[in-house]
Design a protein around this ligand. Structure first.
Ligand code: SAT
Ligand code: MN
Length: 589
């Protein structure tokens, strides 16, 4: 008798008709074989899937060029298929599940002819964690198979854990012919099933990441009473060895990875990394909120990463603990065969761009794609927390919610209470980045940085957040942060990076009840005397600018928030409306 896992894989084989089926065991020896296949057998267009990079300066490093049309998440081709449109909400594209499956079946029919179908058994979360989930993905490209080995806990042990159960998470993936017109990422949250065709790019193809660990898992969380969030998880250790754990939500490409492994500008604090993208949060038996990072790797934005901005990431990339490290759509220094991206160091002489074309010095074209990425194991990270593998997770004292706002939003604001914190999360707006296809720098609402990742109606999501607060004895404090405010000349006022520790310090002091705060119409802000500015090269007057709240500017914002909330119709919790009205009154606008 075959098991449900075997039957599902047989079904995938019947659909895709690959030349052969290969079950991955997740071992390092196997990773070497997959890399060989990617260098010598598989191709994207005329280029091999992988090319080796200089192993002396960049250990275990390989370059991957994606298909040129396949460089970011494609939100317009991403669907969440609940039985009713209203269940997916205005925040998702929707198609009826039967219709979506019929369409995908046509695209999938024979799509792996002449190719290998890799079967990837993987865990999201530590296998011993009660919060972990066992998953299976099929794919037809070595890049995805190897990336999943880095990003998840992959191995035969997962098959043992699933055993004869029907309850495993299913991901069906084929790059198809990379035709953007035949590219769809379909989610069926009620079946814990994702079907993705036509893209090999990160969030579209590594189905354990955004597709499962956020879209599908957020729906599981709604049903089961927990939260799947687009958040960093980190520990901050003070000079006495006391560690405060926090999570932080920020949209893609807004500095989550830098925050997760921040090198503190204040010598009395050290940061320990648990995750840079996804947090699963459960109320523990003691009534506290616990977070785990379900992933095991970083899929980080390369441009702007340097010894200056994120030394711990450079050290991670140069680490040797885990094979291999992948570089996707970065440039290449032809003389030294090293990866290169804007912001790494000075302009090198002889470069190939992200598509492998010679780059002419002086050209205005980017060398690395703005959304070029590295894929590297967390076990390479010098600041990895010793709690990373703790199956229970870490107890969370504060939740930060950030956005990229060049105006209006202060550096940090504390919520009056949980309900006000949920309101702050729900009204969050952010200027768009290169992580998703489409215009960059346009303001859009991105509540909890989850707009592209919530696997159900966000009105219900806000209600779920409200309810979760009531399950806790001592819920974490909630903060809105914004590192991105600019002055009259368009220059960032706040230095960011290691200096963000100053904001974290204030938050820790607040959590510990050591300092007071100033009440404003939009929340609690620091008394400047409590805010560590030692050695900060910005004048006090600029600091004041960072915390300035100009009621007239908020007029438009309030209107927009109102419109946004209205778009969810009857599902919006009344507490959000009450908080908005209170704020409007306090601003006297
Ligand atoms: O491509 S991913 O969705 O994994 C990365 C991101 O956009 O945050
Ligand atoms: Mn992300």
């Amino acid at each position: 008798m075959s098991t449900p896992v075997e039957r599902w894989v047989e079904e995938q084989e019947r659909i895709y008709k690959p030349k052969r089926v290969y079950w991955c065991d997740g071992s390092e020896a196997e990773a070497h074989r997959l890399m060989e296949a990617g260098m010598n057998e598989e191709k994207i267009g005329s280029q091999p899937v992988f090319a080796p990079l200089n192993p002396t300066n960049w250990p275990e490093a390989y370059l991957h060029h994606s298909h040129p049309t396949d460089v970011a998440r494609t939100e317009q081709l991403t669907f969440v298929c609940h039985p009713e449109k209203d269940q997916s909400g205005p925040n998702n594209n929707w198609m009826a599940p039967d219709k979506a499956k019929a369409m995908m079946a046509k695209l999938a029919d024979g799509a792996m002819k002449g190719r290998t179908m890799y079967v990837l058994p993987y865990m999201m979360g530590h296998p011993d964690s009660p919060y972990a989930k066992a998953c299976l993905q099929v794919t037809d490209i070595s890049y995805v198979a190897v990336s999943m080995r880095i990003m998840t806990r992959m191995g035969t042990h997962v098959l043992k854990r699933i055993g004869t159960s029907e309850r495993f998470v299913k991901g069906s993936h084929s790059v198809g012919d990379f035709d953007p017109g035949r590219r769809y990422i379909m989610h069926f949250p009620r079946e814990s099933f994702v079907w993705s065709i036509g893209s090999g790019y990160g969030g579209n193809a590594l189905l354990g990441k955004k597709c499962f660990a956020l879209r599908v898992a957020s729906y599981l969380g709604l049903r089961q009473g927990w939260l799947a969030e687009h958040m960093v998880v980190m520990g901050i250790e003070d000079i006495k060895g006391r560690v405060t754990y926090i999570t932080a939500a920020m949209p893609s490409a807004c500095g989550k990875t830098n925050l997760a492994m921040l090198q503190s500008a204040l010598p009395e604090y050290r940061v320990f990394t648990i995750g840079d993208d996804i947090a699963w949060m459960n109320v523990g038996p003691d009534g506290k909120l616990y977070a785990i990072n379900p992933e095991a790797g970083f899929f980080g934005v390369a441009p702007g990463t340097s010894m200056k901005t994120n030394p711990n990431m450079i050290r991670t990339l140069k680490g040797r603990n885990f094979y291999p490290t992948l570089y996707t759509n970065v440039g290449r220094d032809v003389d030294t065969n090293e990866p290169w991206w804007e912001g790494l160091d000075g302009p090198p002489p002889n470069m190939e761009d992200w598509q492998g074309r010679p780059w002419k010095p002086g050209s205005k074209e980017k060398i690395a794609h703005p959304n070029s990425r590295f894929t590297v194991s967390l076990y390479n990270c010098p600041t990895l927390s010793k709690e990373f593998d703790n199956p229970k997770g870490v107890p969370i004292s504060a939740i930060l919610i950030g956005g990229r706002r060049s105006h209006l939003m202060p550096l940090v604001v504390e919520a009056f209470d949980w309900s006000h914190g949920v309101f702050m999360g729900a009204r969050t707006g952010s200027e768009t980045t290169a992580a998703a296809a489409g215009a960059v720098g346009v303001l859009r609402r991105d509540p909890f940085a989850m707009l592209p990742f919530c696997g159900y109606n966000m009105g219900d999501y806000f209600r779920h957040w409200m309810n979760t607060g009531a399950l806790m004895r001592n819920p974490p404090k909630i903060y809105a942060v914004n590192w991105f405010r600019v002055d009259e000349n368009g220059k960032f006022v706040w230095p960011g990076f290691g200096d963000n520790m100053r904001v974290l310090k204030w938050i820790i002091d607040r959590v510990d009840g050591k300092v007071g705060a100033k009440e404003t119409a939009i929340g609690l802000v620091p008394h400047m005397n409590d805010f560590n500015m030692e050695g900060l090269p910005i004048p006090r007057s600029n600091m004041d600018k960072l915390f300035e709240i100009k009621p007239p500017e908020w007029k438009g914002e309030v209107k927009e928030i109102e419109k946004f909330f209205d778009s969810f119709g009857r599902t919006i919790p009344f507490e959000l409306q009450t908080n908005l009205e209170k704020m409007e009154k306090a601003l006297k606008i």
